[in-house]
Design a protein around this ligand. Sequence first.
Ligand SMILES: Cc1cc2nc3c(=O)[nH]c(=O)nc-3n(C[C@H](O)[C@H](O)[C@H](O)COP(=O)(O)OP(=O)(O)OC[C@H]3O[C@@H](n4cnc5c(N)ncnc54)[C@H](O)[C@@H]3O)c2cc1C
Length: 533
Amino acid sequence: MKYRRSPTAMPVPPRTPHTHTVGPRTSGERPDRTVVILGAGIAGLAAAYELERLGVPVEVLEGSRRIGGRISTFRFGDSADAPFAELGAMRIPAGHSNTLRYVAQLGLTDELRSFHSLLADKNAFLRTAESYVRLRDAARQLTAEIAEGLSQDTYRPESLMFGAWLTLVVDAIAPPDQRQDLRQDLRTRLLDYVERLNLAPFVRDDGNAFDLHGLFAAHPSLREACRDPLRGFLDDILMETSTELFRLRGGMDQLVRRLARRIHGPIRRQHEVVGIESRPDEVVVHLRAEGRHVVRRCGQVLCTLPFSVLRGLRLTGFSDDKLQIIHDVRYVPATKVALHCREAFWQREGINGGASSSGGRVRQTYYPPIDGDPAFGAVLLASYSVGEDAELLGRMSAAARYAAVLADLAPMHPQLLRPGMVLNAKSLAWGQYPWSHGGCSVHWGMDPAAAEEQRMLAQQPQGRLYFAGEHCSSRPAWIDGALESALDAVSRIVMQMPAALPDPALMREPSLLAEPVSPVEPDAAPICTEIVG
Ligand SMILES: Cc1cc2nc3c(=O)[nH]c(=O)nc-3n(C[C@H](O)[C@H](O)[C@H](O)COP(=O)(O)OP(=O)(O)OC[C@H]3O[C@@H](n4cnc5c(N)ncnc54)[C@H](O)[C@@H]3O)c2cc1C
């Protein structure tokens, strides 16, 4: 069993002669206001930053050697000009106001650049049943494939184009079961539905492309015509292929590095949480740090660990409802494989960005721009997959994973096999990553009311233990959701603090985010610490 359903007492390991105990608070001592934050991903760091700005001292405990969590920029070399791969988050939708506010707050607005997604570059490829075609030539082949599987041949060409383009993006992005569902939905309902609509305004490039985003925006009822799980996944698909996306020149990890630099309290890496006890008047956190078991008794704790991690820890004093939701939140795996190439050979083929729908185990191949010196080479995000495809690659050894991706991509990009073309490789299988045990949480297949109920339960505190992270938000699987949850948690924490603090409702106002409202108290009482081994 991965989690305990009943609030049983947790056995605390016996104390050794080296045990160091800081005694309980005596009466008259100022209450400890330090908030201990578990996890130094964007949610934990943003919460730490905001709490300090409200005058609340913080301490951040991070299990891994690295801060940033699922924002993970890997650099192929030490030079500032070295090419890099975004192994986690890579784009910011224009409507993600929380994220863009932090981008501005951290002085990164000048680094925002357009992010080119799937469908952006018509010279990129689409894998078909037999071979590869350029996206600019894909329409005829795709509509023929759609028409083949239909019982009647009376659909208008523009309806078939809609079907072809929707299939293209779902095939590239969605896990296998949803790809099947879409085909079924198309044949049985969606094509009939769009037959009634005027599709002419959405046909592009002389019938060689289709504006799916425009159609869904102009006809919201079309979304309702899609059945679950496709409907639940649709927002993510449309967001990921939108033309209104940004990236950060120089790497997404600038967000977390700049945030961390502004936090005054300690950020302790390699402090792995192994158990949490929620007690009426305190939270006891069990840690593994420097080979020792450490027990921290804390006045208040904000936990931003993914529930996929939390459900494997020893949890005591949690309500049954809370344990249930920690267990129930659904995570999907995601895997990225990046290749450091001698040169951006794809540019010689006319591909200047965007992504190919590569099929097979690879799914999506991105062609990121070169931000640094081209003499250091270029990075091909050879494969980005989610769901079963990601799991399949994730279970392989790193060497087998590279070999599989190269084998799948070589027919499309034979240059990869040229001696000396691939200099290095790096991959991250988030389903197998011990600090997330999954790519992201998802609300796929849930109606809005059920998704909201899950969000409420996920962020529900347990006594003095609060929760944040993308899984506690209305926008799971996005940085914006992680930030939303962090701001919500900070509001809750500050609201229950006795000291006079500014109205937490104001925290969402840009003016308050711009300036610290009160200094961190230097003489706040330390949190209790016992070292037991
Ligand atoms: C492949 C991929 C692509 C993505 N693409 C995008 C994108 O383009 N745009 C976007 O906005 N979002 C994207 N996301 C989602 C985004 O990255 C996440 O929603 C966000 O970074 C989550 O932040 P968080 O703080 O909630 O969680 P995390 O970043 O996971 O932070 C949790 C922290 O807790 C630490 N931790 C875990 N276990 C323990 C433990 N036992 N003890 C102590 N510490 C522990 C972890 O190391 C981590 O630092 C993507 C995610 C993935 C995986």
